[in-house]
Design a protein around this ligand. Sequence first.
Ligand code: GLU
Length: 414
Amino acid sequence: MAENLNLFTSTQNVIKEALTKLGYTEEMYELLKEPLRMFTVRIPVRMDDGSTKVFTGYRAQHNDAAGPTKGGVRFHPEVNEEEVKALSMWMTLKAGIVDLPYGGGKGGIVCDPRQMSMGEVERLSRGYVRAISQIVGPSKDIPAPDVYTNSQIMAWMVDEYSHIREFDSPAFITGKPLVLGGSHGREKATAQGVTICIHEAAKKRGIDIKGARVVIQGFGNAGSFLAKFMHDAGAKVIGISDAYGGLHDPEGLDIDYLLDRRDSFGTITTLFENTITNQELLELDCDILVPAAISNQITEENADNIKASIVVEAANGPTTLEATKILADRGVLLVPDVLASSGGVTVSYFEWVQNNQGYYWTEEEVNAKLHTALVKAFDNIYETAQTRGVNMRLAAYMVGVRKTAEASKFRGWV
Ligand code: GLU
């Protein structure tokens, strides 16, 4: 809990610092320091054994001055109000960084889908949509996948929404299966975005990706596809991990084998005996470290022991603010979460555009558009960091918050 509060207050602190650097008044901070709307819903679900369990769900809408709010829904036992609020603010920043016509939103349900049957997850997903149907919609607030949610869950959700609205409404949610109006490239989009950032960061540091030693914490949607992309690009993925531990091979792990064996929650290390801890994994000798799992992993306790010269945050909030400063002082190039993990929402935007226009693009077209958008975002933030003499996180917040702040100003809200 304290950690989540920390996540929320540290997000507020950096937003405040960014707004001050950009010359905005205190009133702008008052507007942007919290979501405009925060909904809490209770969802009764009939369980397989005949009992009823009531789940708590949230939807936060940070700010819709620049467009409808947009962001994923996570299913996780540790979901809580503070976290959902912070995550909705990060979505505003991501949309600003990539210049998407959205504000930030985020949802979550306190549950453990790993312990639930498919039927129970389906009833919970549909119940959540019924509970929030009034406040979401293709031009209001557009959900998407996040931690432990996937295209099947998006499919149940869009089906429920279309029933309630009595018309086919694919643009209500993104991350859908292709046959329901999903976009090519959406599933791999977060990992693609991280890969683009890694290539750009490596160029800045004169590191050749071929032969570079990469460590990835997490083997879920982002981590697993990323391991594959890095491996295919000729890098040596020497460490990966899941929630239970890590695998290390200085000669490079057999990624194809591991991908083949992982389960749908990204679990892989339970099949092995010689595992290391997640803490040991983060401190491995490597060139590029990618925390792609959960928040608060690089802290002031271990920031001095990180050996990588580039840290790319594929997860949301893996590095604390204290650790950000330590890494910056040590000359480590940190690509912050709001930039590195923005590939997902970028292709979600492409999915929404395709749904609205009813004309669909090829995977090559989607990937080319994603590449253009993220290289531009990376350059913009890197330049801002250089010219304003700030670290990459503050630079990303400055670039990210500007669009919503300007839109709020033009609307006369501040
Ligand atoms: N959940 C992802 C994120 O945090 C994707 C959100 C979206 O596609 O709207 O960026």
